[in-house]
Ligand binder design. Structure first.
Ligand code: PXL
Length: 291
């Protein structure tokens, strides 16, 4: 069996022309981390869906012929990484892709992109939530934010969750199938101005937490950057807590590089200014092992 000279990822996400989200974030992050990205675009949009009047081209009918071509080429992927889906129907196609291209030692990351701040994204309905519940079953790693975790678990969205409840949500999500669950935008009880990432690994039954400062600005695409750093870091062989630490540090640096400007948050974090920090050694690691 041949080995890829550079680790290779199949990236199943949309391409939004403006606003720094999805593939326009995923490709530079993973390329900077030394990973080849092969996009399988689920949709093409003029901008991400937070801008009014965006143009949307669903590529559901193009996925199967593109996948069939990759099969004829016998492509081998070290990781499969999915995110924003163009339609609920695509999820069966993506599940078929995972079945057909799966091999041992392969990383399968599903970022169950559905919503944020307690709300579904504009382009989605409950049907997408139900199909996403199926897709997460095929993943080894999932990276929901708090809103997506609530939607997948049929829980009401609340920011009043204790650490014990967050651990319970992560455990219940891993019962869908993934070995590793990473919940972002997790509240930190009694600490206003802080946010956290809580993770669970069912292989060793350990929970991890990384806390960082909360910045009062909403930049679309930060979830894509976060999940991309997690994917790149795990491909590079990092442990789960180090992968989370690297992703949190990268987002923190990117948000700080952006926040001081008088700038439209809908244009996304100023990724281009901070990409090179991905190649710096991990600075001060701050993860905690939870009881
Ligand atoms: O960042 C997630 C995302 C991806 N793709 C599109 C989006 C969003 C979030 O708004 O609109 C098209």
């Amino acid at each position: 069996m041949y080995k890829n000279l550079v680790p290779r990822v199949a990236a199943i996400h949309d391409l939004s022309g403006f606003g720094r989200s999805s593939l326009t974030v995923i490709i530079p992050v993973l390329s900077t981390m030394g990973i080849q990205v092969c996009p399988l675009p689920t949709a093409v949009l003029s901008t991400h869906s937070a801008f009014p009047d965006f143009h949307f081209r669903d590529l559901t009918d193009d996925l199967t012929p593109m996948i069939d071509h990759w099969k004829r080429l016998s492509l081998r992927f070290d990781a499969i990484y999915s995110g924003y889906m163009g339609s609920a129907k695509q999820i069966d196609i993506v599940r078929g892709f995972i079945r057909d291209f799966q091999h041992s030692d392969q990383l399968i990351v599903v970022d169950p992109v559905l919503g944020d701040n307690g709300k579904l994204y504009l382009s989605f309905s409950q049907e997408m939530v139900e199909k996403m519940k199926e897709l997460v079953c095929d993943a080894k790693v999932i990276t929901p934010n708090l809103t997506e975790a609530a939607l997948l678990l049929d829980e009401d969205y609340t920011e009043n969750l204790t650490e014990k409840e967050l651990k319970d949500w992560a455990l219940r999500l891993s019962a869908f199938g993934p070995q590793t669950v990473i919940i972002t935008s997790a509240p930190v009880a009694d600490k206003r101005g802080k946010t956290s990432v809580v993770a669970y690994n069912s292989i060793d039954n350990r929970y991890w937490k990384v806390v960082c400062d909360y910045m009062p600005a909403n930049y679309p695409g930060t979830g894509d950057a976060f999940a991309s750093v997690i994917t790149g870091s795990l491909i590079q062989g990092d442990s789960l807590p180090i992968a989370i630490d690297r992703a949190v540090q990268f987002i923190s640096i990117a948000v700080r590089a952006t926040f001081g400007y008088n700038y439209q948050p809908s244009e996304g974090i100023l990724l281009e200014k901070v990409l090179s920090s991905l190649n710096a050694p991990v600075q001060l690691s701050s993860y905690q092992l939870l009881d």
